[in-house]
Design a protein around this ligand. Structure first.
Ligand code: ASP
Ligand code: MG
Length: 419
């Protein structure tokens, strides 16, 4: 029997009417001849509420009990979805993580899959059940405790099941109708993509496009899962939404596929650091230990006159999420106090944003950077930091120009048209 994985996010199961609507979509696939594994999130807002309850009860909570509480939202929707399907004469059974059992590491609230054995669910399909409704976001540790996968983890559950059960496709139903060239709230010219390559989606997801959890895209890429993002609020068919797939399955694409942005960036500069081997390690080691997610790094070499003797010095600039600035500052000041690094000043700029262009076409085309920088210059946007990878160019700019920059780049790469 061909098998599909269908995942419904929180807004798609937000109330009983929406669960009905989602169940209709499942029923239609069953009528087309599929066995279906449905992965559900908690009703929207539920997980936040549960997290809040845990934090109010116990500020320094035991992570095992956090997972016990926070995983429960998905249990409710899994049972309700199974009941709704039964009411529609679709033989369905719900599964909590431990019943499958979805085996994960014991890293509570950030667990990773160890294995998803098929036997129990296969046996139920063999009995005549057509749908297995699995609670997303959860699993069970080797110690037998309930675990969760990190926020947004149901996407990753869905992809892992699609891989384990060799599903024909993994459909992620959500409140948007696909992946766009950029955020439609920033420019009305944003266009829905029919297809996007795994690597591009991975960059977009890690750059802050909220539509898929980054790990789900990594997993889809590793196991070659055909992943589709589509709306649960529209009538959909095989061609709806955006397919995230291997680049070989995309006939023709533009050099740049999308423009991403992240509003919550900060830039920090260590002024006049001695330039010698080991300095970068001495700076970024303590930052890593403090859990600071350093993103872009720039180093400028110059010379400094120390009363007749010139020494090489450097200004080291890096970017990190704006809510980690205090932590970064403390780590660097502590390292300075301990004599591990020397610098004259530590300057932070918390009014910056990151804008990136992404596209696998960049591997084989030159001139993308020049086009990008020209477009920004034409609108008078000053670039503070630049970083590149094989398929991405990111710039840090003043936050007040962020929307302007996204629009300018969307125009410069003519993303409103498909060809
Ligand atoms: N309910 C969980 C969350 O809100 C998992 C998910 O929806 O993917 O993060
Ligand atoms: Mg989500």
């Amino acid at each position: 029997m061909p098998l599909l994985v269908m995942k419904f996010g929180g807004t798609s199961v937000a109330d009983l009417a929406r669960i009905q609507n989602a169940a209709q979509k499942v029923k239609r696939e069953v009528e087309r001849g599929y066995d279906v594994i449905v992965i559900v999130s908690a009703m929207s807002g539920k997980t936040n509420e549960l997290v809040g309850w845990v934090e109010q009860t116990s500020p320094l909570f035991d992570a095992r009990e956090y997972d016990a509480v926070v995983s429960s939202g998905e249990n409710v929707t899994a049972g309700l979805m199974a009941l709704t399907l039964q009411e529609m004469d679709v033989p369905a059974r719900s599964w909590q993580g431990w019943q499958v059992p979805i085996q994960t590491t014991s890293a509570h609230s950030a667990a990773r899959f160890l294995s998803i054995p098929r036997e129990n669910i296969d046996a139920k399909f063999a009995e005549g059940f057509k749908v297995a409704v699995v609670a997303g976001f959860q699993g069970v540790s080797p110690e037998g405790r309930i675990t969760t996968l990190g926020r947004g983890g149901s996407d990753t559950t869905a992809v892992a099941f699609a891989a384990a059960f060799s599903a024909e496709r993994c459909d992620i139903y959500t409140d948007v109708d696909g992946v766009y060239t950029t955020d439609p709230r920033i420019t009305a010219k944003a266009r829905k993509l029919d297809k996007i390559a795994y690597e591009e989606m991975l960059e977009l997801a890690s750059l802050g496009a909220k539509v898929l959890q980054t790990r789900s895209v990594e997993l889809a890429m590793r196991y070659n899962v055909r992943l589709r993002v589509l709306s649960s609020f529209e009538d959909t068919d095989e061609t709806s939404g955006t397919l995230v797939c291997d680049e070989d399955d995309i006939m023709e694409s533009k050099v740049v596929s999308g423009v991403a942005y992240s509003r919550d960036e900060a830039k920090m500069t260590l002024v006049t650091v001695e330039d010698r081997p080991g300095v970068a390690a001495a700076i970024f080691g303590p930052l890593a230990e403090a859990g600071v997610n350093v993103d872009m790094i720039v180093q400028n070499i110059s010379e400094k006159d120390l009363g007749g003797r010139t020494v090489n010095v450097t200004d080291m600039t890096f970017s990190c999420p704006v809510n980690q600035v205090a932590r970064a500052r403390k780590a660097l000041e502590d390292a300075k106090a301990a004599g591990a690094i020397m610098y004259d000043d530590l300057v932070s700029d918390t009014d910056v944003a990151k804008v990136s262009v992404v596209g696998i076409g960049m591997r084989s085309h030159t001139g993308v950077a020049a086009t990008m920088f020209k477009a920004l210059a034409a609108d008078g946007v000053n670039i503070k930091v630049i970083a590149t990878s094989e398929i991405k160019i990111s710039v840090l700019i003043d936050r007040k120009y962020m929307e302007l920059a996204v629009q300018a780049l969307h125009d410069a790469f003519a993303l409103e048209t498909a060809n």
